[in-house]
Design a protein around this ligand. Structure first.
Ligand code: HEC
Ligand code: HEC
Ligand code: HEC
Ligand code: HEC
Ligand code: HEC
Length: 392
C-alpha cells in the first residue's frame, strides 16, 4: 500500500501551543498537587460548595498565594535549570532567512530548543515538539544534484597557523566538503553535514608559499552529490576578498519570528527547516523531557518540605483580583483598602486585612461559597447591615 505523502509541519502556532502546554505543566500541575497533599481539607470544603471561584478550581493557587519575589526566583530557577540541560546538537552560524539543520535524536520523538540570533533582532528561543521519526515523511528526493556556484577563496590568513577560507553557493540546501592538496587532492576538510545554501569551509594547517589545488563537494538532502571543477590558490601572500560582508544583514525592521518544520532525513535523522523573518544564525539543542519537579526538597531521608513564601494579604485579597478583573476597577463603587470609620465595628465573619482594612474578600468568600457571587452573606441587605448598622 502506498504511503500517503503527509509531511507533518510544526507550524509556529503548534510550537507555541506545545510551549504553552509545557509551560503550564511546569508552573502549575506538580507544585499544586503537592499543595493539596497538605491542604486537602481546604480543597474538599470548597469543592462541596455551589459557587467555586474559577481560578481556584483550575488550581491556580500560586497565582494568588505565591509572593512576587518567590515567583521571580522560581521562574529564574526554572529557566536556569532548563537552559543548563540543553544538549546542543547543531549550529548554522552564517545568518540566513532559511536554515536547514539535521540532527539525530530519539526516533520516538523529542523536544528540541531552537535558538535564533540575528544582527539587530536579538535572540529568540522556541521549543519544538518533534514527533516520532516514522510519522514524518522524507523530504521529496530532489531529482537533480545541487548546482555549485561562485566557488572562491575568500581569504588566506596568516595567524599562528596559515588558513584558507573557501566559500561557495548551491541552489538547494546541501552539505559541504573540500578536497585539496598540492600534488594530488589527498586531503579533505571533513564533511560538514549541515544543509545550507551558503557554504564556508576553513582549511587549516596548510603550508606557506605553495600552490594548492582544491575542489568542493555538496550533497543534497536526497543524497545527490555535485562536485565542482578543480581550482587553485597560492599561499604566497595573505589576502581577503572585499565582498565578504554580504552576509551581515542589512538592518531590517520588525520583530523576529520563526517557523519550524521537521522532515525525516537519511538514516532516521531529523531535518529541521527554520524559516525566519530576518537573517539569523540558528542552533538546535535537545531538551530533556520534563520530569516531575518535586515541591520543596524531599530526599528519601527525613522529609524536609519548604513552604512557598506566601504573598502579602494585600496582594492576595486585593491586588491580584485586578489582574483578572480589570474592568471591575472602574465600576467598583464600594471603597476598599480603607479602615472602618470611627464607631463602625466589622464583625468577625467579614475578613479584613491583618490591620483591619476592608478588602474584596470582606464581602466575597476567598475560594467558594453557597451564595451567588460568592458573597459572605445571602442577600445584599444582610451583607451590608453587618457593617453598616445604620442601614437597617
Ligand atoms: C507539607 C505541607 C504543606 C504543603 C505541601 C503546603 N502547605 Fe500551605 N500550609 C501548611 C501549613 C502547616 C500551614 C500553616 C497552618 C495553616 O494556616 O493551615 C500552611 C499555610 C498556608 C497558607 C495560609 C498562611 C499564609 O502563609 O498565608 C496558605 C495560603 C498556603 N499554606 C498555601 C499553600 C500553597 C499554595 C501550597 C502549594 C504551593 C502549599 N500551601 C503547600 C502546610 C503545607
Ligand atoms: C483568586 C485568588 C486565590 C486562589 C486562586 C486561591 N486562593 Fe487560597 N486564599 C485566597 C485568599 C484571598 C485567602 C485568604 C487568606 C489570605 O489573606 O491569604 C486564601 C486562603 C487560603 C488558605 C488559608 C485559609 C483557608 O481558607 O484554609 C489556604 C490553605 C489556601 N488559601 C489554599 C489555596 C489552595 C490550595 C489553592 C489552589 C487550589 C488556592 N488557595 C487558590 C485566595 C486564593
Ligand atoms: C486568575 C484570574 C482571577 C483572579 C486572580 C481572580 N479572579 Fe475572580 N473570577 C475569575 C474568573 C475566570 C471568574 C469567572 C467569570 C465568569 O464566569 O464569567 C471569576 C469570577 C469572580 C466572581 C463572580 C462569582 C464567581 O465566583 O463566579 C467574583 C465575585 C470574583 N471573581 C471575585 C474575585 C476576587 C475578590 C478576587 C481577588 C481575591 C478575584 N476574583 C481574583 C478569575 C479571577
Ligand atoms: C462591600 C462589599 C463588596 C466588596 C468590598 C467587593 N464586592 Fe464584589 N460584589 C459585591 C456584591 C454585593 C456583588 C453582587 C453583584 C452586584 O450587586 O453588583 C459583587 C459582585 C462582584 C463581581 C461579579 C460582577 C458581575 O456582575 O458578574 C465581581 C467580579 C466582583 N464583585 C469582584 C470584586 C472585587 C475584585 C473586589 C475588590 C476590588 C470586590 N468585588 C469588592 C460586593 C462587594
Ligand atoms: C465588611 C464591612 C462592610 C460591608 C459588608 C459593607 N460595607 Fe460599606 N463601608 C465599609 C467601610 C469600612 C466603609 C468606609 C468607611 C467610611 O465611610 O469612611 C464603607 C463605606 C460605604 C459607603 C460610603 C461610600 C463612600 O464613598 O464614602 C457606602 C454607600 C457603603 N459603604 C455601602 C455599602 C453597601 C450598599 C453594602 C452592601 C452591599 C456595604 N456597604 C457593605 C464597610 C462595609
Amino acid at each position: 500500500m502506498g504511503r500517503k505523502a503527509k509531511v507533518i509541519g510544526l507550524s509556529l502556532c503548534l510550537a507555541i501551543l506545545a510551549f504553552a502546554a509545557w509551560h503550564a505543566k511546569v508552573s502549575t500541575a506538580s507544585p499544586v498537587d503537592k499543595c493539596l497533599e497538605c491542604h486537602r481539607a481546604t480543597w474538599e470544603e470548597a469543592e462541596s460548595m455551589r459557587y467555586i471561584h474559577l481560578p481556584f478550581q483550575q488550581k491556580k493557587c500560586l497565582h494568588c498565594h505565591e509572593s512576587r519575589k518567590a515567583r521571580r526566583q522560581r521562574r529564574m530557577e526554572e529557566k536556569r535549570r532548563s537552559e543548563a540541560q540543553v544538549t546542543w546538537l547543531g549550529r548554522n552560524p552564517a545568518p540566513a532567512k532559511v536554515q536547514w539543520l539535521n540532527f539525530k535524536a530519539d526516533p520516538y520523538g523529542a523536544t528540541v530548543l531552537v535558538e535564533a540570533k540575528g544582527p539587530g533582532v536579538g535572540v529568540r528561543r522556541q521549543r519544538v515538539k518533534i514527533p516520532p521519526v516514522d510519522d514524518l515523511d522524507p523530504l521529496p528526493a530532489a531529482d537533480a544534484p545541487p548546482q555549485i556556484k561562485n566557488v572562491r577563496v575568500a581569504e588566506v590568513e596568516r595567524g599562528i597557523f596559515l588558513s584558507a577560507r573557501i566559500v561557495w553557493d548551491t541552489d538547494k540546501p546541501a552539505t559541504s566538503l573540500v578536497r585539496y592538496g598540492i600534488k594530488a587532492l589527498n586531503q579533505n576538510s571533513g564533511l560538514d553535514t549541515s544543509y545550507t545554501n551558503h557554504h564556508e569551509v576553513v582549511l587549516t594547517g596548510i603550508r606557506s608559499n605553495r600552490t594548492y589545488r582544491f575542489r568542493v563537494e555538496s550533497e543534497s538532502m536526497g543524497g545527490k552529490k555535485a562536485v565542482s571543477e578543480e581550482k587553485e590558490f597560492s599561499t604566497a601572500r595573505a589576502f581577503r576578498l572585499d565582498d565578504e560582508k554580504a552576509f551581515t544583514a542589512a538592518g531590517e525592521e520588525g520583530e523576529l519570528s520563526l517557523e519550524c518544520k521537521v522532515f525525516r532525513g537519511k538514516d532516521d535523522q531529523y531535518i529541521l527547516r527554520v524559516t525566519a523573518s530576518h537573517p539569523v544564525a540558528v542552533s538546535v539543542g535537545l531538551v530533556p523531557e520534563e520530569r516531575d519537579k518535586s515541591y520543596g526538597s524531599s530526599d528519601s531521608g527525613g522529609e524536609v518540605v519548604k513552604h512557598i513564601i506566601t504573598s502579602s494579604d494585600l496582594f492576595a485579597n486585593i491586588t491580584v483580583c485586578y489582574t483578572c478583573h480589570r474592568e471591575y476597577q472602574k465600576i467598583l463603587s464600594h471603597p476598599i483598602n480603607v479602615y472602618p470609620k470611627p464607631g463602625m465595628i466589622v464583625p468577625s465573619e467579614y475578613p479584613t486585612l491583618d490591620d483591619g482594612r476592608i478588602s474584596c474578600n470582606s464581602c466575597h468568600a476567598n475560594h467558594a461559597s453557597d451564595i451567588p457571587f460568592r458573597l459572605i452573606k445571602s442577600g445584599k441587605k444582610e451583607l451590608c447591615i453587618g457593617c453598616h448598622k445604620d442601614m437597617a
